[in-house]
Design a protein around this ligand. Structure first.
Ligand code: ATP
Ligand code: PRP
Ligand code: NIO
Ligand code: MG
Length: 493
């Protein structure tokens, strides 16, 4: 297979769990395939034991849905699928049905770079049951990963307190697609650049890089290596100083920095990639300052994450730029976000929407039924609370009570006078037609910055962050409670 932009932009319609296809077939057999349904995509817990999550991945979803079509070779594959007894898994008429299927759903979603919280709908899709069902797996695959990595990046960038964070993860990322999507999401989360050249080409992300130990090792001496690099890249010299002896490495960098200056150029930085990064960065800073290089940056790398960066900041390390790879692109301490996709409503024979609920012993697992949206209330540029409500509800009240979806004793009163309101779900597709103007990657990154600025630092700290209030509007809470009671009786529980 060729790894080209087409891999991500072409039809990936079979990228779904087989059970979506078995259900599709069974829906079709039972005459339910075209019944209208609404599904919500949401998660139940912020990743990394954090206080917020940064949404990413929508642009992939838009591409996926825009190209949602069973191609001839997809159909051939399904047609040839056999049961254990040798009979065809799917009837030919079903294959014809798939062939004629075109994406015709309505979709609303939060924009990429939106700060989101447990229980909020990140995406809502309305359309034929069969289409909504087939889309469950790819939508989750895309949102779960990119949202996870964007959130990890936002945390790392937050720890860096305004210093640039360079994403160096390609060599340790989860395969080719994981690497590309991670580089994209890391940029959305606030990284300044990626080392992944293909991500730069595909997504328009700035690329940057220094050099490796192998460059130094290929010469007889470190000094020779620095001089040769300076000749090749007089405007981009970031010297890796720790191959043999970090202090001597800084001395050599200063020597070449002086030569560069004589030729009218300035050394940009030094990179330290091992040892005690606080200790060596502080020595390097003193040496560089004393030699007349106060503007030369000190880049640090080596298994960094938000915790180590925070520690190095506390130690007053003289680091200005952070190269972060493995722990960012693999979301090292939490390898998956647990977003789910649940049926919220279905249209009955009379054309009325019937809200649907999945009952669980664990109240956190009871989904929120009905066709929902969410409003973010804020005051003077600071978010106060999010309210999930039923679409069509009268929203002119001066006061709301929002009720915690897991613990109904937790409630918050919101007086709306003087508050700003933002509807979180934006229309993306109507009847399968795209109505959303996708922002470019730089605008998405700015949206992340704007969104993150809405939230108090209490929600951003790494240890026991303050919980941001997200609640159900009273009527939605009532609907959910009544429905749970009804379904439990129905089950005889
Ligand atoms: N001052 C510091 N405070 C906290 N963590 C640090 C500090 N300096 C470095 N670290 C981190 O400690 C870890 C050190 O890794 P490790 O024990 O593998 O040593 P190393 O420097 O990589 O060794 P080597 O010289 O073989 O490359 C890295 O994750 C690094 O980011
Ligand atoms: O540490 P990360 O956050 O993943 O950042 C990327 C790392 O990749 C490179 O070295 P590599 O890890 O390949 O070799 P090394 O550990 O021997 O330096 C680089 O020098 C960084 O240390
Ligand atoms: O450019 C760098 O310094 C770099 C790139 C990838 C991995 N480690 C370092
Ligand atoms: Mg390493």
């Amino acid at each position: 297979m060729k790894i080209t932009k087409d891999l991500y932009r072409g039809s990936l319609t079979l990228l779904t769990d087989f059970y979506q296809l078995t259900m599709a077939y069974a829906y079709w057999k039972s005459g339910k395939a075209e019944e209208e349904a609404v599904f919500n995509l949401f998660f139940r817990k912020n990743p990394f034991q954090g206080g917020y999550t940064l949404a990413a991945g929508l642009d992939y979803i838009i591409d996926f849905c825009s190209n949602f079509k069973f191609e001839q070779d997809d159909l051939k594959y399904l047609k040839e699928m056999r049961n254990a007894d040798g009979s065809a898994t799917f009837e030919p008429a079903f294959i014809d049905y798939l062939q004629s299927m075109e994406f015709s759903c309505d979709m609303e979603a939060v924009e990429e770079g939106t700060v989101v919280f447990p229980h909020l709908p990140l995406l809502r899709i309305k359309g034929p049951l069969v289409q909504c069902q087939l889309l469950e797996t790819p939508l989750l695959n895309i949102i779960n990963f990119q949202t996870l990595i964007a959130t990890k990046a936002a945390r790392i960038v937050y720890a860096a307190k305004g210093d640039a964070v360079l994403e160096f993860g390609l060599r340790r990322a989860q395969g080719i697609d994981g690497a590309l999507a991670a580089s994209r999401a890391a940029y959305i989360g606030g990284c300044a650049s990626t080392s992944n050249v293909m991500a730069g080409k595909l997504f328009g992300i700035p690329v940057s890089g220094t050099h490796a130990h192998s460059w130094i090792m290929s010469f007889d001496t470190e000094l020779e290596a620095f001089k040769a690099y300076a000749e090749a890249f007089p405007d981009k010299c970031v010297f890796l100083v720790d191959t043999y002896d970090t202090i001597n490495g800084v001395r050599n960098a200063i020597e070449v920095g002086k030569l560069l200056r004589e030729s009218g150029k300035e050394m940009i930085g030094v990179r330290i990639d091992s040892g005690d990064l606080a200790y060596y960065s502080n020595i390097a800073r003193e040496m560089l300052d004393a030699a007349g290089f106060p503007d030369v940056k000190i880049v640090a790398s080596n298994d960094l994450d938000e915790q180590i960066i925070t520690s190095l900041k506390m130690q007053e390390a003289s680091i200005n730029v952070w190269g972060v790879g493995t722990k960012l692109v693999t979301a090292y301490d939490q390898p998956a976000l647990g977003a789910v996709y649940k049926l919220a409503a279905i249209k009955n024979d009379k054309g009325e929407w019937e809200p649907k609920v999945k009952v669980s012993q664990q109240s956190i697992k009871i989904n929120i039924p009905g066709i929902q949206n969410a409003i973010r209330f804020s005051k003077n540029g600071k978010a106060i609370a999010d309210m999930i409500y039923l679409e069509g509800e009268d929203l002119t009240s001066a006061q709301y009570i929002i009720i915690d979806p897991v613990d109904p004793t937790k409630r918050k009163k919101i007086n709306t006078i003087g508050l700003d309101e933002e509807f979180l779900l934006k229309p993306i597709f109507i009847n399968g037609q795209k109505v959303y103007e996708s922002p470019d990657i730089h605008q998405i990154k700015k949206n992340s910055e704007r969104n993150l600025a809405l939230f108090d630092k209490a929600h951003k700290r790494f240890v026991n962050p303050h919980i941001y209030p997200v609640g159900l509007e009273e009527k939605l809470y009532e609907l959910r409670t009544q429905l749970v009671f009804k379904m439990k009786n129905y089950d005889g529980a």
